[in-house]
Design a protein. Structure first.
Length: 280
């Protein structure tokens, strides 16, 4: 059994929180640059150029790329042949968030509950999903998920008879209703299958896949490409100012489900799509 120390996880999570907020991932940055070449609207182009400049300034001056520094969501692939020593994995991740958000002067956006709405003042707790995997490593994938795009996300239990056309129509409706409020250009995360709670998790998980990377199943990849074209024909455009770049990418994850069910979740991510990963 390989031992992984609590303090190493704290430090890794703290570093990822700061880097995610200061340094836009290369995949999203390159998608901005590619969109700048294809965007048809002049205003859309201008907004994309500003987003690139904004990302450059954040990296250079070591400041967050957006005032909304997000909710930290981690998906941890925990090797079953390793043991966390010195404390619990959940505590280590939250200590890392506390440390990173403090040291990086990142806004604390988490309230302790939605009834009294008191800020916890350290951006904890994060939302932690653990997947048990083979091996003796821990892979931590984190995102600092913006509140505006999360608010415009949606879930629906469709009927199996709605079929692929029903799925597409529902997803397009969610993006259309979100309009500028989800801070486009978007990364659209979709979960299809599982059950009520599982399809929401699948939609979130899909957002960790790098921009530009298609699903390995050709049928799912085809659906991603078709929907991407449909979404970009909606005309919402960068920051909702009109244009042909409403989405930078769409990600779909699918899973088995009940014969009577067709759960679909749409988790929208904004242009400040911040994700990092580390292996310990
Ligand atoms: S949704 Fe994203 S871009 Fe919009 S304010 Fe929040 S973090 Fe910033």
């Amino acid at each position: 059994m390989r031992e992984i120390h609590y303090d190493d996880i704290v430090q890794k999570v703290a570093d990822m929180c700061i880097e995610a907020n200061y340094d836009l991932g290369e995949d999203v940055y390159n998608a901005f640059k590619a969109a700048l070449k294809t965007e048809k609207s002049e205003t859309g182009k201008e907004v994309l150029a500003q987003l690139i400049e904004n990302a450059d300034i954040a990296t250079e001056l070591r400041v967050p790329m957006c005032q909304d520094t997000g909710t930290v969501v981690c998906i941890v692939e925990l090797g079953q042949e390793c043991q966390i020593v010195g404390g619990s994995l959940y505590d280590a991740i939250n200590d890392g968030i506390r440390k990173g958000y403090g040291k990086g002067y990142l806004r604390n956006s988490i309230i302790r509950n939605p009834i009294d709405r008191k800020n916890t003042n350290d951006n904890t707790p994060g939302i932690v999903h653990i997947e048990l995997v083979e091996g003796n490593q821990v892979k931590i994938k984190m995102t600092a998920k913006g509140g505006g795009a999360e608010n415009m996300s949606d879930l629906k239990m469709l009927k199996p008879s709605d079929g692929l056309e029903g799925i597409k129509k529902y997803i397009l409706d969610v993006v259309r209703v979100a309009g500028p409020n989800a801070c486009p250009p978007l990364i659209v995360g979709i979960g299809i299958g599982g059950n009520f709670e599982r399809c929401a998790y699948l939609a979130k998980k899909s957002l960790f896949r790098h921009v530009g990377k298609r699903h390995p199943d050709p049928a799912v990849a085809k659906l991603e490409t078709e929907l991407m074209d449909d979404i970009n024909r909606l005309g919402i455009g960068p920051q909702g100012m009109g244009g042909t770049t409403t989405a930078l990418d769409i990600k779909i994850e699918v899973e088995a489900c009940h014969i009577a069910a067709l759960p679909v979740a749409v988790n929208l991510n904004c242009h400040a799509s911040r994700h990092k990963e580390a292996i310990l």
